[in-house]
Design a protein around this ligand. Structure first.
Ligand code: SAM
Ligand code: SF4
Length: 542
């Protein structure tokens, strides 16, 4: 057998125990092994359920877009819908900003490092000073918002040349490019983005995405700057066409926003209040997805299990889960992220009753110390959280449990941190996504005393990751000799090497002489194990 890979369970955000064995954190996704990198598919599905590959017709540059996404699966899925909005207007997606008329960044601000990324991207697109001066004078003539900022920017004595020379045209009036910032940084920074980067023309937070077609139409009509920054909407973002990146797994947002107000978190500010989608509309989309050939659906929400059906049916989350699991053609149902407060026995019972619901629950705990949980405003104690874990451990089939943790929260003592470590031992998670606490704008924890020094946060993170890596190694080793069903979603350049996910969301790298397996469900016997993945041999088809 050739070289094996070891990447962990997928997570909503951040890096858990990455394959290189070094503890890391931040808002980026783990590097894909080349078995997965081989997959690059742009599929879309329209409202009628028709699925197709991105049209390859020759499209003028005015109708091309480049979209880069940072952060969580919800952002990935929002981007699929944003791409759908543009495809519906006749745009074609391109691989780089140089070839695009519209350049969009869908941003994440959950931690400081994630938020900074977009400004470094915008810096790469900075126009030449002469172009900025031209914009400034046009803005001044028309009394436009941002004129002063542009002038200040243009006044920089030694202009920095843009990294992409073709982007110098961005600022030319008329046929220029449109640069947009979407998502959480857009919502958080609002019009201040125009001051830092006057070459940006669109700033739109996720709670206003329903307005995106209108905003794009305004830009096409010649408006230089448009914003969508409301959070007081009770609507969710639904589109005629969703361009789906994965041909087998489809994401579906069932609840947007968050009402939980954890003291460290920007999400309630950037994504607005909770809004759930009507159950009939969710089920209709799942049926269309199944007809279009998707066999796995993943229900998404910042707190997916806080779902509150706005229709007269008033389905509970567990009832909706069961109904989705019963849709013909759907073989796997996943859901993320669950909040411990709203996680009850009904969810475990539904998982037990429906083999199509995957045996994996992501239940973020954040800390093992009740004192820290209280200052985090998480609404549960360590003991209450452990009661939820006990519900899952008592289930008739094993349920894989993963979590998120924050180390170095203000006031976290050595004893508090020790309690987080003992929680790892007690729960025996299959994966942990751990982060150093990052102070965020507008959040209550920003003003809390007893900040923990960065170096100490790093030390605690490293200790936590080491402890968890050992737990995962031992847990995965116990699986050697067992056989699991795997949905094959990656093919290596190396002969006979494939990759896929088990129902518990473990990555399985395996060998098979079959010529074509992508999208198939196969049985794989585990022959060896690493902390973040399993290695196996195909044992048959299912
Ligand atoms: N809604 C989910 C929940 O309640 O657990 C998680 C949403 S958040 C996008 C994903 C994770 O980012 C959180 O679970 C938390 O561990 C981490 N996170 C959020 N704010 C953070 C902050 N200010 N510093 C460090 N990590 C943070
Ligand atoms: Fe943020 Fe807490 Fe809401 Fe999760 S539940 S998104 S951590 S405020």
């Amino acid at each position: 057998m050739g070289k094996s890979f070891d990447i962990g369970l997928e997570r909503l955000t951040g890096i858990g125990v990455p394959g290189d064995g070094q503890p890391q954190e931040g808002g980026v996704k783990p590097p894909l092994p080349d078995v997965l990198a081989d997959l690059k598919i742009g599929h879309y599905m329209d409202a009628s359920g028709t699925i197709g590959a991105q049209p390859e017709m020759a499209v003028p540059q005015e109708l091309t877009f480049y979209l880069e996404t940072f952060g969580c699966q919800m952002n990935d899925h929002d981007s699929e819908k944003v791409a759908g909005v543009l495809l519906a207007r006749g745009y074609r997606q391109v691989d780089g900003p140089e070839a695009a008329k519209v350049i969009l960044y869908n941003t994440c601000s959950i931690r400081e490092k994630a938020a900074q990324k977009v400004f470094s991207r915008l810096g790469e697109l900075r126009p030449a000073a002469s172009d900025l001066r031209q914009i400034a004078s046009e803005e001044e003539r028309s009394g436009e918002l941002g004129a002063a900022a542009t002038r200040a920017q243009a006044g920089v004595p030694v202009p920095q040349e843009p990294k992409h020379p073709s982007l110098r045209k961005i600022v030319n009036a008329g046929g220029g490019k449109i640069i947009g910032v979407l998502g959480c940084v857009a919502q958080q920074e609002g019009e201040r983005i125009f001051e830092r980067a006057p070459w940006v023309s669109l700033v739109c937070g996720s709670a206003s995405y329903r307005k995106l077609p209108q905003l794009i139409a305004e830009l096409e009509a010649g408006n230089r700057r448009v914003t969508g920054l409301d959070t007081d909407t009770d609507e969710t973002f639904e589109t005629e066409i969703t361009r789906r990146d994965n041909p087998w797994r489809a994401y579906l947002t069932i609840i947007e926003g968050c009402d939980k107000a954890c003291s460290y978190c920007v999400v309630p500010f950037t994504r607005g209040p909770e809004r759930s989608r009507a159950s009939a509309s969710v089920l209709e989309e799942v049926r269309r997805l199944a007809e279009a050939g998707y066999s796995e659906v993943q229900l998404l929400g910042q707190t997916v299990n806080s779902y509150a059906d706005p229709s007269a049916r008033k389905m509970r989350f567990s009832e909706l889960l069961a109904a989705v699991a019963e849709v013909r053609g759907i073989r796997r149902v996943r859901f993320t992220t669950s909040h411990p407060r709203d996680f009850g026995k009904d969810i475990v019972e539904v998982i037990e009753a429906h083999p199509t619901i995957c045996d994996h629950v992501h239940l973020p705990v954040q800390s093992g110390s009740t004192a820290v949980l209280r200052t985090m405003a998480r609404t549960y104690s360590r003991e209450e959280y452990l009661d939820k874990i006990a519900l899952m451990k008592a289930a008739r089939r094993p349920i894989s449990i993963t979590t998120d943790m924050i180390v170095g929260f203000p006031g976290e003592t050595e004893k508090d941190f020790e309690e987080t470590l003992t929680l790892l031992d007690e729960v025996q998670y299959d994966s942990v996504f751990a982060f150093k606490y990052s102070p965020r704008p507008n959040t209550p924890s920003l003003k809390m005393a007893d900040a923990i020094p960065e170096e100490e946060k790093g030390r605690r993170l490293a200790i936590l990751m080491d402890r968890q890596r050992e737990i995962q190694r031992l847990r995965n080793e116990k699986l050697i000799g067992e056989t699991f069903e795997v949905l094959v979603d990656g093919k290596s350049r190396r002969e006979n090497q494939w990759s896929g996910h088990t129902s518990s969301n473990r990555v399985m790298n395996f060998t098979s002489p079959e010529r074509e397996l992508l999208g198939d469900y196969v049985q794989v016997k585990v022959v060896s194990a690493m902390p973040n993945s399993l290695v196996g041999e195909m044992a048959g088809r299912t």
